[in-house]
Write a protein that binds this ligand. Sequence first.
Ligand SMILES: [Zn+2]
Length: 268
Amino acid sequence: MCLRASKGARVKEVSVEERQSVKTSISPAIITRVRDFGEADLLVTFFTPERGCLKGVARAARRSRRRFPNCLDLFCLSRVEYAEHPRGGELHTMISCRLLDGFEGLRRDWGILTLAGYMVEVVEMLSPPQTADPSLFSLLLRTFKLLEGEIQPLNVQIFFEAAAMALGGYGIELGRCCSCGRTYEGRGRAAFHPEKGGIVCLRCGSESALNPGLDPLGVQALGHLQALEWDLFERMTLTREIVQAIERVNRRHMDYRLGRRPKSLAWL
Ligand SMILES: [Zn+2]
């Protein structure tokens, strides 16, 4: 295995001792970013269930596809084998790679591909590098599968947003008014309050652009999405207005909790 940096690449050469102590790992991974690196290499960012987001250099991957046949394309699910950085650095070395699922259905439409990119960006914001997050990994795979099907993309988007935030510890309180504490009985509209992280009854607050409202079906649907109950959500009969209302709540919630908007949102 050659760990020598190609010309122009910012990788230090490692000693013989370090080379001998290199630890290799194998993991399923979703390829989240790929860019040219040096003269012939690729810099690959990949999301794994047990180590979160990682970066690796695929040596000579642009010159020869033998070791990396069709498995380093954006949003592919691949089985990656990589040598960990010998000094604990963040840049690993890709050894081999095998395609598990190319998610070809994502590539049929520019809007779907952009939505997949937005989901990856949210994952990067929620998941600290090199930290295990198998639930978020499963969610991303599941939503990629849904995007390949004949499902309204906005429905998949609100599912991903609500579920990802809940898995990240930012679930929206839907069971009671976050101001007076009264239990929400599933009757009447409620307004979302970003600072309180939940809904408030209309005695305690009012609907506005900053505090988007939900009707009872919207609250119930959002509850299913946060609990990753896609099947129950799908069985509900929801109007486009309700789905859009949930998206407005998700947007306000994510803006407030994440502190910045994913750049790719501008393209959706
Ligand atoms: Zn109240």
